[in-house]
Each structure stands twice: as structure tokens, then as C-alpha cells.
Write a protein that binds this ligand. Sequence first.
Ligand code: CP
Length: 376
Amino acid sequence: MAAQKAQLLGAVGGQTPQLKISEAASGRFFVAPARESRPLLNIPHVLNAQQFTPNQLERLFLRADELRKMLAIPTSRRSLASRYKGHQLCSLFYEPSTRTRLSFEQAATKLGVGIVSTENAREFSSAAKGETIEDSTRVINEYDFSIIVLRHHETGSALRAASVSNVPIINAGDGMGEHPTQALLDAYTIKREKGRLDRLHVVMGGDLRHGRTVRSLAQLLSKYTKNHISFVSMPGLKMQDDVLKILRAQGTTFKEFFSMEDARSIALRDADVVYWTRTQTERLAESEKDLFAQNTKLSSPNHKSTQASVSSFVIDLKVARLMKKDTIIMHPLPRVWEITPEVDNDPRAKYFEQAGNGLYIRMALLDTLLSRRMHL
Ligand code: CP
């Protein structure tokens, strides 16, 4: 299984960028044909955060920066829009999504890739009749797609799909497992805002038990030196042991906080990055809902009590005031009540820009995966 997984994730590549940009005397950018150079990352599928090296991330971020610039220039924007003409992406979503689905589909569109999409595959695909993810993937492989973006409610589903797929699978979130492309855009945001991905104190708060974004980001940060992570959650929503074990093995220090009072007095005052998440009520057992409902009620943005702010896992203006001037506040979104809307106007709140960065990172990822296929 480990060997199969390693094969699915691919060798670590040291290739040169495949998308050459030269600046002519006119100052305009030109896009060289994709076949002239080799792929940026030699990876067959995108399944988890662990598969990326810091070196690969650096190259992916540079590519995302390049694509961002190119989109701002009409001539290069037009060149990009026909770059992968004739290729199609299958956007296969078994769970709800706004950001991941739309940004992938928009990224594909901007690269000239056609889209065939299903946004409620759990109900409207043959999964409703009992078809396995393996069989669905085998069938989709028959339809000449160049890439499959998969969001699924079951942990491990992306790996299962990849095990039978000749077409690259991108894990767009698998149950309580991982959300690697979210971690890529999170890391890209941190790099842009803080200028580094090492020597950071990152506070991750909220529902850490069900949050696949925090699971992926923690693992990605553990690849860099001298990061420290403070996990802040109710005891029942703590970070799972498998991730803590990986952090220990990689030498990333961490501390867990199970009350907002403790987090306020220690972790939040010292954070470089505060990464907050919502409670995933859709993943709670019926018996757990009462336990967390009380916290939700106390945390309502309309709740004016200071006590609520002190005792619940909410970032409001009072909590934001405790943070350093250069702390950045992030959230994978959707946000429900756990960051109050008044915080949105604080220049340290980066969650909407963070979501926007997803377009460029996903373009960079599609570009490298499609380019790799053209070289096979
Ligand atoms: N952050 C994120 O995955 O958002 P969506 O569920 O809207 O895709």
C-alpha cells in the first residue's frame, strides 16, 4: 500500500519551468509553447500535503505569481486562454463547495481548458445507485478527460480514485482527510504576507477534529524549520493524533489549548498567523450536536455579552486587539459565526484575499499537471 501510494504521488521532480515567459522590448509577455520545456512538478496526482517539498512549493508559487501578472496583460491573457484548447477537466463534487469548485473551474477556463461539471454527485450521479468511486473513476477515464478534480465525503476517496485512474486526480477535499490545494493556497498567502514559511508561530483554532484544511496546512508547515503551532479548540474538537504524530516526527513543536481564555492570554498575543475555522456541524454525530450548540449560541455575532467573547471560540474585535500589529488573520471559509464581520475591516484580516489566491495557485497546478501529460 505504501509503495502504491508513493507511486501515485510521484517522484520529486527537479525540472525547469514549462511555461517560458520572455519580456520583449515592448514590455509585453509572450507564452512559449508548452512542449518546449519540461513540467514544473513531476507528480501524477495531487492527493495530500505531504507529497510536496519546499522546493516544489517555491516553484509553484513563482508560477502562480507569473500567471497573476500574465492575466493582467491583455495579450498574454489571450494566449493563456487558448493554451490547453482541446483539453477538458471533469469537476466531480460529491460535497458542497463555493471556492474550490469555482476557482478550479475558473482557473481551467483561463487556461483554455473545457469543463464538464457535477456539483451534487452524491445525489445526482450513479453514486446514489450504489456505484463505487473506483467504478465511477474507471468510467470517467473512458471519456477522454485530461484531469479530474474530486471532492468527496469519504476520507481516502481521492487515493482510491487515483489507484484506478490514468488521468490525474486532484483531491479537492476528502471527508475528514485532506484538502491539499487549500493548503497550497494557504501557504502561498502566508508567503506573500509574511515573506517566509519558516520560523512562524501559527495559531490554528476552531474545529480541528473535522477540519481537513488545518490537517493539510499543519503537515505542510511541518516541512519548514522552526515553526511552532498552537492548536486552540474545545477538547472534543482537538487535532487528531495522526497529525500530531507527524509533527513530532518532523520536529515541529506544538501546544494544545482547550479554552479561549488560555489562548487569549498566551497564544493569540504572540501569533504571526491566526488560522481560524468553523465548526463542521454536518460532520457531528447527533449526540454531539447539543454539546457544540451551546458554544454556537454563545458565539452568535449578534450576542453582545463580553462573557460570550471570552468563553467562546470567536475572533471578534476584542480578540483581534490582543494580536500583534503584523499578525495575519486567515480562514479557509466559509465563515459562519467564528470570526465576527466587524473584523473584516481590520487590515490584518486576509481571508478574502486568501480565497482569491486560490485562482492563481490552481492555475499553476493545472498548468503543471497538463504540461506533464503533454510530455508523457
Ligand atoms: N475552503 C473551501 O474549501 O471552501 P469551499 O468548501 O467553498 O470549496
